[in-house]
Design a protein around this ligand. Sequence first.
Ligand SMILES: C[S@@+](CC[C@H](N)C(=O)[O-])C[C@H]1O[C@@H](n2cnc3c(N)ncnc32)[C@H](O)[C@@H]1O
Length: 188
Amino acid sequence: MALDIGCGSGAYLEMLGQAARRVVGIEPSKGMLRLAAKRTPAWCQLVRAYSRSLPVATSAADLCMSARSLSHESDLHRAVREVARVLRPMSGRWIVADVHAAHRYCCTTIPAEDKCVPIETYKRAIDDIVEVARANALVLESQAVLSVADLDWIPPDLAAHGIEGLDDPTPIFYVLAFRRGAAPPRRN
Ligand SMILES: C[S@@+](CC[C@H](N)C(=O)[O-])C[C@H]1O[C@@H](n2cnc3c(N)ncnc32)[C@H](O)[C@@H]1O
């Protein structure tokens, strides 16, 4: 099973179907879920929930993806603990791609009722995420920091927030890949 945590309008759900037999898009915004339902194939499931409380059984997921959604979660510790809980020990993977703290981008808007509203963005240092992940048995396998020169396409809302040109070296995104290690020993 693959989870797209904070799936938004569901841009990656079909692609995740190439990696897993069951794909679940998890998203707290009703407006985003409505958009996702329009493009999502029938074999994908959409569920309304936050990263910090995943409605998924322990050790049931092979892959979790958080694409520009972890930065909208207020409770990093709970969100990481939840990912570690649902991932299959020793093989489950978590991919996190998000806006780099150095980028000037400051907020995302999502559809609500008849207008778009901004949502809170929590810019976090890569080291802080890695440290919380390590404390939850998530082993960092690879990391990349990307600037505009590394990308073929940038989301328009990021482009509108101060990218100086194609040779601007300011980091825009980071991508982290973790593997779920062994379950930590139980404390009595
Ligand atoms: C910038 S959009 C990214 C959507 C999608 N992952 C993509 O890359 O196209 C951020 C999404 O995270 C969702 N979100 C906000 N807070 C969240 C939370 N605490 N847990 C999970 N998703 C959240 C928003 O509703 C929004 O759909």
